[in-house]
Design a protein around this ligand. Structure first.
Ligand code: ATP
Length: 284
């Protein structure tokens, strides 16, 4: 039997860091949602007890460093499954882009193997397993729109934002999340984005107020390190996107756009100098 799972990319409408914890992690407050740019996973049982990963993307690890491999191993160990699986990753989400591609693959693997092997694991338990793999994995298990706190693993579901276009652009640089957090100094922050305002804007379905309350404190690090990310933000704003923000630790920048007529102008304007530009819808 073969099964398929979609692994969508996430964007942060808001990313705030409250403090650095004693355990070295940062206490965050994020509002995350999914967009319709997704990897596709194909999973098939193997006749022997092993995990095999393949992908058309030549630039990701296919061994135990792959998050889908780690997810499969975790579920096998924890639920004592002596079966093997072959997982093919059709990668569409750019890698190391701030879009949680690896985390979403891990989450899709957990959901998929739960189905393939009929394990009957609840969504809450899948989230707990996911938290062992990475802070963004629990959100990727549930999808939708959520406020994430703690390291990002504590989730509170909220309404989806109103439907709109999302233009994503990734400059040709890879940004390490660990590196950005390492250089981030919470005490030097002059301003925090308002979670209350964003939650309020979403619950009222106000597209304008969502655009006006976008905020990501990690921009203070990434925009300084990589001026091309700042330029990309400025270009998107100039081309008429209604709201523009860097996703996660970057370098992907996204623009929210309400009117279809504007989308092709922004796409064409960016494609002039940025190879990786995607136009997708919010997943609502
Ligand atoms: P986040 O927003 O959660 O920080 P990201 O989008 O910045 O994630 P990923 O695309 O998840 O970053 O990739 C980060 C690293 O993880 C890469 O260096 C990549 O080699 C490794 N990796 C492991 N498994 C995968 C996978 N299934 N897909 C993509 N990258 C993976």
């Amino acid at each position: 039997m073969k099964i398929y799972e979609k692994a969508p990319a996430k964007i942060n409408l808001l990313l705030d860091v409250l403090r650095k914890r004693e355990d070295g992690f940062h206490e965050v407050e994020m509002i995350m949602t999914m967009v319709d740019l997704a990897d596709r996973l194909e999973m098939e049982e193997l006749p022997r007890d092993s995990i095999m990963i393949s992908s058309q993307a030549g630039y990701i690890p296919l061994d135990e460093k792959n998050l889908a491999f780690q997810a499969a191993k975790l579920i096998k160990d924890r639920y004592d499954v002596h079966k093997g699986v072959y997982i093919h990753l059709d990668k569409k989400i750019p890698v190391a882009a701030g879009l949680a591609g690896g985390s979403s693959d891990a989450a899709a693997t957990l959901r998929g193997l739960n189905r393939l092997w009929g394990l009957g694991i609840s969504e809450a338990e899948l989230c707990e397993l996911g938290a062992e793999l990475g802070s963004d994995v629990p959100f990727c298990v549930t999808g939708g729109t959520a406020i994430a706190t703690g390291r990002g693993e504590k989730l509170e579901r909220i309404h989806n934002p109103p439907q709109c276009w999302v233009v994503l652009a990734k400059p040709p640089i890879n940004v390490s999340t660990a590196d950005v957090y390492g250089k981030f100094r919470v005490n030097e922050l002059k301003q925090h984005p308002s979670k209350a305002n964003m939650v309020n804007a979403i619950s009222r379905g106000s597209f304008t107020d969502i655009c006006n309350n976008l905020g990501n404190v990690l921009e203070t690090v990434t925009l300084q390190l990589y001026p091309e990310v700042r330029q990309l933000k400025e270009s998107m704003e100039r081309l008429g996107a209604d709201g523009v923000l860097m996703s996660g630790s970057g370098p992907t920048v996204f623009g929210l756009v309400s009117k279809e007529a504007k989308v092709s102008r922004i796409y064409n304007g960016l494609r002039g100098y940025c190879k990786e530009v995607y136009v997708v819808r919010m997943l609502t």
